[in-house]
Design a protein around this ligand. Sequence first.
Ligand SMILES: C[S@@+](CC[C@H](N)C(=O)[O-])C[C@H]1O[C@@H](n2cnc3c(N)ncnc32)[C@H](O)[C@@H]1O
Length: 283
Amino acid sequence: MNRITQEHLNIISKAINDYAGIVLERIPQNRAKKKIINQMNCNNCKNVENYIELLLNYENNSSVMDDFVDEITISESCIFRNPKQFEYLKEVLFPSFFKNNKNNFPLRIWSAGCSHGEEAYSIAMLAKDFMKKNPESRFTINAGDINKNSLQIAKRGIYSSKSLQGKIDYFEELLGFSIGKHDGKGNCIVSDDIKEMVDFHWMNLKDINNLKIMQGTDIIFCRNVLIYFDEVLRKKLLETFFECLNPNGLLFIGECECFNIPEKTFAIVDNQGSYAYRKSESK
Ligand SMILES: C[S@@+](CC[C@H](N)C(=O)[O-])C[C@H]1O[C@@H](n2cnc3c(N)ncnc32)[C@H](O)[C@@H]1O
């Protein structure tokens, strides 16, 4: 196996940036090289040139690119990750939306960069809970990701005890219903009625123009995704999220993320230490 040179890195970096907007340079070079070698092995490539050829030919074999996206992003997530944001959704946002919902619209939520689906199913579980108590309420939950492997996992809805933080009994007690079949060891298959509430689809956040179909959304979750992109794409995405959101719509980013979000577009909302960004009315 030959050495990975700066020239190889430049080609791979451009390929992944062109495809997904991901900045390879965010990863320390040694780690990036290890990840490339790992993918070369998985794809039985004898040398870097072979791997680059496969990668650049992704339109004919997108799983090579998907696997590389998977390798360099952290697709791991968990049910009710950043629980304060979900508490805010349940306690404040759902009740206030339906209180003011004179036209009986559904509450439209979009999980952008949904990975294995834990975020979208957490929303669906809360929505199911809300609908039980408020039968007139309706929800649409869209969840998109660039990674086809992750979407397959999401659609299957089978989670390990780790994805459920070992708290399945606690969640079920809190919600008051079963979230699926479990095996006594904390692993769970999400029940069909919760699965049916989420529409999973392939989506590349780099294709800004194609995101306009999400116009009319009330709440966007784009958590732990923007971190992979450069400033230019981040700015374009924030503008697009703004356009896609209904008046007063909300954007959630990851609790540990901190970006330059223009005040003219989004106003920060602090709900007991859980932050969200509300579409400003002034623009
Ligand atoms: C760390 S996971 C975030 C999962 C979830 N939002 C959460 O916070 O738990 C990042 C996800 O972003 C996805 N992603 C990266 N680039 C993307 C792009 N250009 N379009 C759509 N999804 C992308 C990755 O495939 C990965 O599933």
